[in-house]
Design a protein around this ligand. Structure first.
Ligand code: PAZ
Length: 318
């Protein structure tokens, strides 16, 4: 049985990540290709790991049922677009099937609304959507073919934390120029793999009585061991406005985050509170056509620059 909150036993008992060696090779190549000094004189290229979407907690090893976590992945996908625009290389660690950068504008019910069949039986994008689709394809190809965007999918809490560890250790060489933007909704409780039912849980045995263990707090490990120099931003989602800022400040201090972005379930698309160093700054979007993430990323990019500058200054003085 895994001791609650112990990161090492969590990893030792988790099912191995599929294709781990291919993921490690892709990561190594991505980081190496993007850790160069910019030819445009902008200094060293920055790399951000954006996490996005919710993790699942399987209830059976041959999983039929699972506990899920709220999150569409919209915030992570939109933020990825703005980080790319700001010149960052992005490692997009996302829930399979969640919102993706450059295609988040597609309609939820049917993307077939975007297409028409012509009289000579060719498929084409409807005229009203042509401009937006052309731009999205262009931006997406530029990011992928230019080697600025690496997408790594997860579903379960086991996959997510193993990926986060791999990304963080691969990015340790990037030092101050690395950023973690942890927008994923990560499960707080889980069933350890070695105490999980192997087969589908049967209902004949009556009500299900199940004890969940606490997921180890990996933010401390990220900050202290995996990527100690990186600029770290975590998110805090609450439903009770009376505790939001207090909980966000606690996370900032306890895990030594550089910034915590606090948001409420009822208003998270409209506003967030950015908390850092005893300062708090509320950002609101002015209208529904605007992306709140554009404002968040602008602010974080500036804070990251200051962080790099002040850390480098500090080192030069010593
Ligand atoms: O993915 P989404 O756009 O639907 O939601 C984003 C969010 C609310 C999950 C994110 O802003 C957030 O707060 N993430 C951290 C959640 C948590 O406290 O676990």
């Amino acid at each position: 049985m895994v001791a609650a909150g112990d990161p090492e036993s969590f990893f030792a008992t988790s099912p191995a990540l599929r294709d781990a060696s291919a993921v490690a090779a892709n990561l190594q190549e991505f980081v190496a290709c993007n850790s160069h000094v910019s030819s445009e004189g902008g200094g060293r290229r920055r790399i951000v790991c954006v996490t996005s979407g919710g993790t699942t907690v399987p209830l059976e090893q041959r999983c039929v049922r699972y506990i899920d976590n709220f999150s569409s992945g919209h915030r992570g996908a939109a933020s990825t677009e703005y980080f790319l625009k700001a010149g960052y290389a992005v490692i997009f660690v996302h829930r399979r099937g969640s919102c993706q950068p450059f295609s988040r504008f597609l309609p939820d019910d049917s993307f077939l609304q975007f297409f028409d069949v012509t009289t000579d039986l060719k498929v084409q994008v409807v005229e009203s959507q042509a401009t937006v689709v052309k731009k999205a394809i262009g931006d997406y190809r530029k990011a992928i073919e230019g080697g600025s965007l690496l997408k790594l999918p997860f579903t379960t809490i086991f996959e997510y934390l193993q990926l986060l560890k791999m990304v963080a250790t691969s990015m340790s060489s990037v030092g101050l120029h690395g950023m973690f933007y942890l927008a994923a909704a990560v499960s707080d409780f889980y069933v350890p793999w070695d105490s999980m039912a192997k087969h589908k849980i049967q209902s004949a045995g009556g009500p299900l009585d199940m004890k969940l263990s606490q997921v180890p707090k990996m933010l401390s490990v990220l900050r202290n061991q995996w990527a100690p120099l990186a600029f770290c931003i975590s998110f805090k989602l609450e439903t009770d406005s009376d505790i939001l800022v207090q909980k966000a400040e606690m996370a900032l201090n306890k895990y030594r985050m550089n910034v915590v972005v606090a948001n409420l379930l009822a208003t998270y698309k409209e506003e967030v509170v950015i908390i850092s160093n005893g300062k708090s700054n509320t950002i609101r979007r002015c209208n529904k056509d605007e992306d709140l993430e554009e404002h968040i990323i602008k602010l974080l990019e500036k804070s990251h620059s200051k962080y790099i500058y002040s850390s480098t200054e500090g080192r030069n003085k010593n």
